[in-house]
Ligand binder design. Structure first.
Ligand code: THG
Length: 370
């Protein structure tokens, strides 16, 4: 597969870690929230996958931008944007929240951090949530301030992340529960650290506000992490597809709703909170969903995904599309995340997918794979 350079410009923003990862052997980027997001280093995606599952990696995920909503009406605005009931939310907790529009169509799936009732961060996936938030604030005449603060996340992921972070920040860090966050001291500077991250291998995310100290911490992790075999990394497509961590814009977009994407547990249409799209979701819930996100295993050892790929049943009827796919060394075939139409999502039929111009046998399954 031919690779192309990214022409850098101000519009495609660098991160504070960019110069470091480029020295550390970066080989490819994607663009996410108008910012550089690493997608590969010198070693192969498969080697990095095995490494992530065994050791610890430090990821430049500064492209996961924060939309800060503060002020008197901030709780109201955050709740208007998500179908997840946040009325019992607590300070210092993260909440995975679908953001939807008036039709119930998905806009984004951020991790929402509640600092307090008057200060929230939406740690967004790749779409311009800030414009939606500002539009709503104007229309509803809300007393809020909406900004994109200078917060640049790096993640520490993998089973050895706990030991590495304990060595650098002390024993307290190991007591942080999944999706809790608080400020930890590093050489006199405070850093917001959450136990979270876009892998199922465990770890932390450091929301760096003090760039100078954040870079010191970044370097420190490498300087003192050799015993844990620390390496630079990035959200790994193999690991995240096996774990069914969904990718906004790839696995779902604005034409899909939370029920079709398996976000049922983050969708509360029966509580009395007010959010945009609630009536639309009630209507959707009263019928069968039109399509459903599922897993697919395809009998082939390589797939190049640059757009969705049709899935047909054995009668040549289109039953859905593959939206993300990658060769999995664990399953020894291509695994993918696909959207399957009604009624075909009901029984997991054998199907066919044309990959690399060959008709390949495939099987549907429930998510996650692991
Ligand atoms: N961390 C932070 N910001 C982010 C991401 C992240 N913004 C962009 C993108 N990732 C948003 N998407 C997701 C998707 C899944 C999860 C987090 C962000 C996630 N899900 C867990 C799961 O599915 O098991 C837990 C969800 C729960 O039950 O609460 O972690 O990674 N800062």
């Amino acid at each position: 597969m031919k690779k192309f350079y990214i022409a850098k410009s101000r519009r495609i923003r660098a991160t504070p870690y960019t110069s470091r990862i480029e020295k550390q052997g970066l080989s490819s980027y994607t663009v996410y929230n108008h910012m550089l997001l690493p997608t590969g280093f010198n070693e192969s995606l498969e080697d990095d996958y095995h490494h992530l599952k065994k050791y610890v990696q430090v990821w430049d995920v500064a492209a996961e931008r924060q939309v800060e909503i503060s002020g008197q009406d901030s709780s109201k605005l955050v709740q208007l944007m998500t179908c997840r009931d946040l009325s019992n939310s607590k300070d210092g907790r993260c909440y995975y929240c679908p953001i939807i529009d008036e039709n119930g169509g998905l806009i984004n799936d951020p991790v929402v951090l509640r600092h307090n009732k008057e200060k929230w961060w939406l740690s967004i996936a790749d779409s311009d949530v800030i414009l939606y938030a500002k539009g709503l604030a104007i229309g509803y005449k809300l007393k809020v301030k909406i900004t994109e603060p200078n917060v640049d996340i790096f993640a520490v992921q993998g089973p050895k992340s706990y030991a590495l972070m304990e060595k650098i920040l002390g024993h307290e860090i190991t007591k942080l529960k999944f999706f809790d966050f608080r400020y930890f001291d590093f050489k006199g500077s405070k850093h917001l650290i959450a136990r979270s991250g876009w892998s199922k291998q465990g770890g932390y995310e450091i929301y760096v506000e003090d760039t100078k100290s954040g870079l010191l911490l970044y370097d420190h992790l490498f300087d003192h992490g050799k015993e844990f075999n620390v390496k630079p990394g990035y959200p790994n497509a193999i690991e995240r597809i096996e774990s069914a961590l969904l990718s906004c814009g790839n696995d779902f977009d604005n034409n899909d709703n939370p029920f079709e994407c398996g976000f049922d547990k983050y969708t509360n249409i029966d509580s009395d909170v007010e959010f945009i799209g609630k009536d639309a979701l009630k209507n959707i819930k009263s019928k069968d969903i039109a399509k459903k996100l599922m897993g697919i295993m395809i009998d082939v050892n390589f797939i190049d995904m640059s757009s969705s790929i049709e899935i047909k049943d054995l009668n040549n009827t289109i039953i859905g599309e593959v939206r993300s796919g990658i060769y999995s060394p664990t399953f020894k075939k291509v695994i993918g995340i696909c959207m399957i139409n009604l009624p075909f999502y009901r029984d997991f039929k054998e199907c066919n997918v044309v990959v690399n111009e060959n008709i390949c046998e495939a099987k549907l399954c429930e998510l996650p794979f692991i």
